[in-house]
Design a protein around this ligand. Sequence first.
Ligand SMILES: Nc1nc2c(c(=O)[nH]1)N[C@H]1C(S)=C(S)[C@@H](COP(=O)(O)O)O[C@H]1N2
Ligand SMILES: [Mo]
Length: 539
Amino acid sequence: MTDDEKKTRHRLGWARLVLGAFSGVLAGFVSLCVAELVSATVRPQASPVVAVGGAAIDRTPPAVKDWAIRHFGTNDKLFLQLGILAMLALFALVLGIVALRFRRTGAAGVLLFGIVGAVSATSRPDSTSLTDALPSVVGAIAGAAVLYVLVGHLTRRVPSAEPAGDEREEAPPSGAGWDRRGFVIAATAAAAASAGAGVLGRALNSASGQNAVASRNKVVLPRPTSAAAAVPKGAQLRIPGISPFTTPNSSFYRVDTALVVPKVNAATWQLRIHGTGVRRPVTLSYDDLLRRELIERDITLTCVSNEVGGPYVGNARWIGVRLADLLAECGVRPPSKGGSADQLVARSVDGMTIGSPVEDVMDGRDALLALGMNGEPLPFAHGFPVRMVVPGLYGFVSACKWIKDIELTTFDSYDPYWVKRGWARKAPIKTESRIDTPKPFARPGAGTVMVGGVAWAQHRGIDKVEVRVDDGPWREARLAAEDTRDTWRQWSFPWEAAKGGHTLTVRATDRTGRLQTDKRTHTIPDGASGWHSVVVTVD
Ligand SMILES: Nc1nc2c(c(=O)[nH]1)N[C@H]1C(S)=C(S)[C@@H](COP(=O)(O)O)O[C@H]1N2
Ligand SMILES: [Mo]
């Protein structure tokens, strides 16, 4: 062989390797597209990336989840899915190369991924049918077939002008041994057909949510029997950069484990109330709830994953049914009145379970089965058609979205979703305060700088907020008017700022006289504590 011939062979060897890898990735793409189409006949949540992502979320250690929320915020799910896709692409690429040498093994590898997807899909808590395995299985079979065929074209023995010696090899190293035309045709056909299937699947999946969208559009929320008083004028301070007293739905934080927001049709939705000590179990429809007395309340919701100074807190005007009344009608009594159940477990359509103390829900506070949020039916992302809201408890122990079932039980006999993952069984809101303005590392000019923010201690109320500059004395901030003790409270503090670097710190005292603790804790297991500080440079 001449040097030139050697170089050509080397190049063609590399080309085949690249094409093998490409075949693997294409097979992966085919699998996902076909799975998407099949999922449209099952349910969108059964598609493999969603299923594997969901399974990953369920198994993520709290510390990693916390890290992800801290770094990616509400985009954490997007990054999770991109991560899964990147991993899949990498494995598919390797399988393609493996298939060049071991054609059957490569194809079998694709099937193995189908099994991973199928197991993930059927083991999700909201999976009720083995048909959830279908998208992954059918997709994997299609992908395996495509890889088998494509690699066949790359390794085919075609009559060549080369010396007879080369023909013994299954996969000749030289380019003369592969079927270029066949490969290009097969790859193009596979790519086009599966892209079509993928687009069709996406379209069908989004169409399946249309009934739910239509049912939401039809909702007219009746006027509440007990309306919330107008928010006092003085509750909203006019300070640029402060969180608005009422958080608009569009900017209300969202924290949940759902990779696909459940689209529930209100017309067919039902809520069952049953369990220990429920003398008259009921099943209610959306219309049943609409016909009941509705109350309207301002309630501030907080996530236990909120770091000191973090964004996962918002205040909304909710409309809903008083949960305590409904429970009483079912014959439920709180433990203090001899009831046998001390835990209320809410279940959602997506398999979430959230446990609240029956005592808290029935102690007279405005625990709601909420239907409306800030004047409209609940947005899908915030739990349409119905969710729970309980003033004074973190969301993970009270605020079940897309609720479909309420079971009365005991704390001893059942651990809900987050408790199984190391979070606390009971989690009342910790008294907290936050500086909204100035922002960290801001550079305000010397002179009067308006410092402002919010403080919350739902169901106890905020009594006092104090601000400290550097190591100076604590000085009382001006409190905005209180709406109710279930809502947060704005505060402001005019600071005579001198040039240089300064640290501003805030702390609140709640209505029970308790000062917000300076003890820094992690969010796990029952919420972060500590004082919020902001470092600024005054120019
Ligand atoms: N079905 C369901 N409900 C859920 C959750 C969830 O993951 N799934 N997360 C809970 C948590 S941890 C919080 S803080 C609140 C957040 O409600 P939001 O997204 O409307 O702000 O919903 C709660 N309800
Ligand atoms: Mo939360």
